[in-house]
Design a protein around this ligand. Structure first.
Ligand code: ATP
Length: 560
């Protein structure tokens, strides 16, 4: 397979992509990848971490600060330059083909063969050009990136161009998620699935997990642990059926105010502080004051803490959407700091000189209390009461005060529970004033009529099934104010993959939180269910596709 001194050719990677794309069955995808990882592991093992990430369409782990930073406009310009057409032609082609990869493939196929394939592309070369793009900065960054991309594409075959362009915009579309990669690594290197999962959970670095699986097997994987600098997936909460029931079941509990903001995991190693979102994105640059507070009020140098960032005005929390404006921001951060000031409530500690995941929550809270210097309105600890089945009223009072104070409700936490990353278990519960909502992904829409003809007025929503396929279950048309509606329309338009009359298909990327009155059975939608009176509550930019609700959960909610 290693067919030049520069290593495996990119066409091999592309063959694997095409094979993956040709089946929807997860087991088949797993075998295809297992075979590939095994071959690479034997013949070009340095590349193993690289191809592991490339199989997911990624160049860097999600939490890396590095990003390619290529917009679709720049990409189209690069394609246009290489195939010798106008950028508008690429744009038209993309609209017809439904995605940039297929558009590039078609345009490259038409281009005279003589000028293409000037050189054979290797995986190493593709990765090195993509990495170079991420490191370019300064005032000529865009034109330098364009040049690197043009150089790369000019050696690509039509099918290679299809996947390079998709990788650049981080939409590989071969139906492979992290779960499939983990299963494939387990199969390829004969290591237990649960051990691979644990190693991934703790490092969130599939490239590293691949390398260790191959080189050191189970023993090496078991040594991988939590480390400040690399985020872990957060432990999630289930819905409490009622405050009293939950506390009685736990024996006694810690109840805390549930703040409605953005969950953050803050890592400190030496003088370096990194702030990660729930999706494990690094937002340190967007929230400089949080980094400052941490340096000042948590003077220790080796820890991971967790909390919720909220925005307050006159002491009251204000809308969640303001926080999103802050954490997504790349420019004008100093001005926004004054306009939208942030406040951090810490509620857990995962590492303090050593991993604390296995320590019971009661112990972790004790550690947290001993390491934070509280500074009102900047860093505080979550408000907490210790409640037994005899003093349930205290939890009820906390809940009432939480709602009065503009917060969401309360969390009920089992004091004996370890921290289990990525799991929605029974050891941490949430009780909210508002009924449960669903987080669903937009897969289509319908343009309005008359005055609203230039807006997508109704959105087709989907949940995911166990194979990570999207299954529709509702159309939501109401709930957003005009500004958010416009924002949503603007977000959706570049993602439109086809249009028939007023109906459009939209590439799954935008996640909406949906309130509804009832879940009902319905043959009309792919999931077999539909929602009565669905209303859009908000855009959930803080979630990733892995976080959306599942058909399985909807099924159990229906049964309940
Ligand atoms: P929701 O939409 O209800 O916030 P979610 O899907 O974002 O839910 P869950 O794990 O279900 O996340 O609910 C817990 C969330 O509540 C946490 O992710 C965190 O962001 C937030 N939260 C606010 N206050 C606390 C607290 N004191 N302890 C733990 N989590 C808290």
């Amino acid at each position: 397979m290693k067919d030049s001194h520069d290593g495996t050719s990119y066409s091999k990677m592309v063959e694997v992509y095409e094979e993956l794309d040709s089946t929807t069955k997860r087991l088949e995808k797993t075998s295809i990848l297992a075979k590939f990882f095994n071959e690479i592991g034997n013949e070009d093992s340095e590349l193993l971490p690289v191809v592991t990430l490339l199989s997911l369409g990624r160049v860097f782990p999600t939490w890396s600060e590095e990003e390619l930073g290529i917009g679709s406009k720049l990409l189209m310009k690069a394609i246009a330059l290489v195939v010798g057409v106008k950028p508008e032609e690429v744009e038209d082609k993309q609209r017809d083909a439904g995605d940039i990869g297929r558009a590039a493939q078609e345009l490259f196929s038409k281009k005279k063969q003589a000028t293409l394939f000037s050189r054979k592309l290797t995986i190493k070369k593709v990765r090195s050009n993509l990495m170079k793009m991420a490191t370019v900065s300064g005032n000529r960054a865009q034109s330098k990136k364009l040049e690197i991309l043009r150089e790369l594409l000019s050696s690509a075959s039509p099918t290679e161009a299809k996947y390079i362009t998709r990788t650049v915009i981080e939409e590989l579309r071969v139906g492979v998620g992290e779960g499939t990669i983990r299963d494939a690594l387990s199969q390829a290197f004969g290591v237990d699935k649960a051990i691979v999962e644990r190693a991934h959970m703790l490092t969130n670095d599939l490239g590293l997990v691949a390398e260790v699986s191959k080189e050191e097997g189970v023993e090496g994987l078991q040594k991988l642990s939590l480390n400040p600098g690399k985020p872990v997936k957060p432990m999630l909460a289930q819905l409490s059926p009622g405050i009293e029931t939950s506390i009685t079941e736990m024996g006694w509990a810690f109840c805390e105010t549930k703040y409605d903001g953005i969950r953050v995991q803050i890592h400190r190693l030496g003088d370096e502080v990194n702030v990660f979102t729930r999706r494990l994105e690094n937002i340190s640059n967007a929230v400089p004051e949080i980094v400052e507070y941490i340096k000042k009020d948590l003077p220790h140098k080796n820890f991971i803490v967790e909390g919720e960032i909220i925005v307050t005005r006159d002491g009251k929390p204000i809308s969640f959407q303001y926080i999103l404006q802050r954490v997504r921001r790349k420019y004008d951060i100093e001005r926004m700091r004054n306009e939208v000031p942030l406040k951090l409530y810490l509620f857990d500690v995962l590492y303090y000189g050593e991993p604390l995941l296995d320590a019971p929550f009661e112990k972790r809270r004790e550690v947290l209390e001993s390491i934070v210097n509280i500074t009102p309105d900047k860093i505080e600890l979550s408000e907490q009461v210790k409640v037994t089945s005899e003093s349930v009223q205290e939890a009820q009072d906390l809940f009432n005060n939480s709602i009065k104070g503009g917060h969401e409700g309360i969390m009920i936490k089992d004091p004996t529970a370890p921290y289990i990353p990525g799991i929605r278990g029974k050891k941490m519960l949430k009780f909210k004033a508002e009924p449960e909502t669903l987080d669903l992904v937009v897969v289509g829409g319908t343009y309005g009529k008359g005055k609203r003809a230039h807006f997508i007025g109704s959105y087709l929503l989907a949940a995911q099934d166990e194979d990570n396929e999207f299954k529709t279950l509702a159309h939501a048309a109401t709930g957003l104010d005009d500004k958010t509606l416009q924002e949503l329309s603007e977000l959706s338009e570049p993602l439109i993959t086809s249009k028939v009359g007023r109906q459009v298909q939209i590439a799954p990327q935008i996640i909406l939180e949906i309130a509804y009155s009832e879940i009902v059975k319905s043959p009309e939608y792919e999931s077999g269910y539909s929602l009565r009176f669905p209303v859009v509550k908000r855009i959930r930019n803080d979630l990733s596709l892995d976080d959306i609700d599942t058909v399985d959960r909807i099924n159990s909610m229906f049964k309940e």
